[in-house]
Every structure is written in structure tokens, then in C-alpha cells.
Design a protein around this ligand. Structure first.
Ligand code: G3I
Length: 322
């Protein structure tokens, strides 16, 4: 059948994947498959702060530039990931805050500089930016990060304003996991987004990562959740979809996984404001899951040899029907 991106185009959505830049450099099949199947790419790691500014004032844009060039060469858009996060911060920054050599005032300037520099570098090349990532806890309270501790909750509005000033055309997103359905965490995002927009803060999208696990079941009220953000005038997107399982995989688990991929995709296709569906890697050869969840994996639509699993077929059928 036709590649996913051809079907996605007909359905009016982007089909995306996270890209592992080491694999892209070393694995020809990965390069070819990424180009053939997807029309949106997200850097799995290389646009994160620790990657772009490993030492203070010393930037390494090479891998991020490589991805942007790859995307351009293959007619793909780029999702920028991510500007403000509590994780994968450079050591110089976390150490400086911890030992008091970077105070709150300086930290705010550093954050502003980081956002401005990175967004400006890729101005016009990034369709959607994940401006702030994973800022809430499961219970809907703000996550206790260096940003919240040092700058207070206003760092979120500041981040969106600075990103917008640097690239007024990029769509600016909030992004998190465990926010597929209606729950305390997604409701915290809804309230945050509503408040920010009422104040005129440029936040245009809600990114739902979509890291599911079959042993936890499928989240409830996904369509309702998308609809309430769209009622605020926002876009939505699935940004990091994968569906892990307890290994070993078997036919029944693979079928459940396929069903979960299809249901998330259908929720996107059924929502007017959902214009992109991105998987967090498409082959088990390069998935982050086994390294983080011991004994779990097989989370992507293709196996380690690029063989298509039922989940690939489910995504293809969903796009073809959409
Ligand atoms: O690049 C270094 C390498 O130089 C070093 O030798 C090696 C030793 O540990 O680490 C390498 O960095 C690793 C990096 O991936 C690149 O491979 C980090 O250890 C590892 O922690 C990092 O994991 C990434 C993780 O974010 C970090 O939190 C995963 O690849 C990436 O898939 C994952 O992505 C996140 C999203 O950004 C946000 N949402 C959740 C999602 C899954 O955790």
C-alpha cells in the first residue's frame, strides 16, 4: 500500500515521528523509512537544552541543523521539542542554581536567552514548538522544578511570550503525558490554557504525548478532552505516541496495541483542531522504552527489523479511513 504520509495527506493531517539522530546518521534503512513514511519529524533529543548548549555559551547546533535539513530535503515539517523542561538540562545550569552562583534574576535572563536564541535560529522552519513540557504533576499541581522554585509560576507565560517574539508564526504548545483523557492533570492544563489565553499570552496548542501501556488500559474521554481545548480556540496534537507492553510480546498484546494506536489516531481525526499525529519512534530498534521500563517494550509500529506489526496496519487503515 501507499506510505503513511500519502494517506495522511489525503486525510488532512501530518503523520510524524521522533527521530534518533545517531540512527539517522548510521542506518540507511532508518533514513529511507523515515523519509518515506512521515511528513513531520521531531528531534527525540537534539533540540533539548543539554544538547544545544552543553557548556555555557558553547552551542552545538549540528545535529539539530541536520534534522532540519533532512526535513527540508524530504518535504517534512518539524516539531520543535522542547524549550523549557525540568529534565535534560545542562549540568552547568543545574549546578549553578544548586550552588547559588546563578540567582533567580540571572536564571530568568538565561531562560529568556535560551528560548530566544533557539527559536530565532529555526525561525520559519518549525511548525509547532513544545514551549513548556511536563509542568504539572498527576494531581494537577505545578511540578516542583528549578523554574517554579526560582521564578514562580509566571515563567510559563514568559516562555510563551519570548518564543512568540522570536518566531511569531510558529504554533506554540503545552505538552505532557497522561493527559489523553479528562483527568486532574489534563484539567490543570485546560485551566492554565484558558487563563493564559484570557491574558493574551500566545499559547496556541495542547500537545498530548500519548505514552500508553496496554497493562493500564485505554484512557477515558479522549474525544471530550480534545474538544474542550478546541473550544478555547486551540489546536491539539498527539506528539509522542507509543504503546508499550510487558515483554514478551504475543499476538494478543500486539492486537491490543494496534487497537490503542487506532483509537488515539481516530480521536485526532475526529477533532477538527488536531492536525498532527506523531509517534515517539516507529521501530523497536530505537525505542526509549526498554531502557526506562525494565521488562517492557515492543512499543512502536515496527519491530526491530522494520517488520510491520498490527499497529502499523491500524495506523494505515485509520489514515485511509480518515
Ligand atoms: O547522548 C548521551 C551520551 O553521550 C551518553 O554517553 C549516554 C549515557 O547515558 O547518554 C546519552 O544521552 C541519553 C539520551 O537519551 C540520548 O540517547 C540519555 O542518557 C537518556 O536519558 C536520553 O533519554 C531520552 C529521554 O527523553 C530523557 O528524559 C530518550 O531518548 C527520549 O526518548 C525521551 O523523550 C521524552 C520526551 O523528551 C518527553 N516526553 C517523554 C519522552 C520519553 O521519556
Amino acid at each position: 500500500g501507499p506510505p503513511l504520509r500519502v494517506l495522511a495527506d489525503r486525510a488532512g493531517v501530518r503523520i510524524g515521528t521522533a527521530v534518533d539522530m545517531t540512527a539517522l546518521a548510521e542506518d540507511r534503512t532508518y533514513r529511507r523509512t523515515t523519509a518515506r513514511e512521515f511528513d513531520s519529524v521531531t528531534a527525540e533529543n537534539v533540540m533539548k537544552w543539554e544538547s544545544v548548549e552543553p557548556q555555557r555559551g558553547v552551542y552545538d547546533w549540528k545535529p539539530a541543523d541536520d534534522l532540519v535539513h533532512f526535513a527540508r530535503a524530504h518535504g517534512q515539517v518539524v516539531r520543535g521539542h522542547t524549550l523549557v523542561w525540568h529534565s535534560q538540562l545542562p549540568a552547568w545550569l543545574t549546578t549553578g542554581v544548586a550552588d547559588g552562583s546563578i540567582d533567580a534574576k540571572e536564571l530568568r535572563g538565561i531562560l529568556r536567552e535560551h528560548i530566544t536564541t533557539e527559536v530565532k535560529r529555526y525561525k520559519g522552519r518549525i511548525q509547532q514548538w513544545d514551549v513548556v513540557n511536563e509542568v504539572f504533576e498527576e494531581d494537577g499541581s505545578l511540578r516542583n522544578s528549578i523554574w517554579l522554585q526560582q521564578l514562580g509560576p509566571s515563567y510559563i507565560a514568559d516562555a510563551f511570550r519570548w518564543a512568540h517574539a522570536a518566531d511569531p508564526k510558529a504554533k506554540l504548545f503545552l505538552n505532557d503525558y497522561n493527559v489523553e483523557g479528562v483527568n486532574a492533570k489534563s484539567t490543570a492544563y485546560y485551566n492554565l490554557a484558558k487563563g493564559l489565553r484570557a491574558q493574551g499570552v500566545p499559547v496556541q496548542g495542547f500537545g498530548i504525548q500519548g505514552h500508553l501501556a496496554i497493562q493500564y488500559g485505554f484512557p477515558g474521554q479522549v474525544a471530550e478532552n480534545l474538544a474542550r481545548f478546541e473550544a478555547l480556540g486551540m489546536q491539539t496534537a498527539f506528539t509522542e505516541v507509543d504503546v508499550r507492553m510487558i515483554l514478551p510480546a504475543d499476538a494478543e498484546k500486539a492486537a491490543t496495541q494496534a487497537d490503542y494506536f487506532r483509537r488515539l489516531l481516530d480521536a485526532c481525526l475526529g477533532a477538527r483542531g488536531c492536525r498532527s499525529f506523531t509517534v515517539w519512534g516507529y521501530t523497536d530498534r530505537y525505542s526509549w522504552v526498554p531502557g526506562v521500563f525494565a521488562g517492557q517494550g515492543a512499543a512502536t509500529p515496527m519491530d526491530e527489523e522494520y517488520g510491520r506489526k498490527p499497529a502499523y496496519g491500524a495506523v494505515r487503515e485509520g489514515l485511509a479511513a480518515g
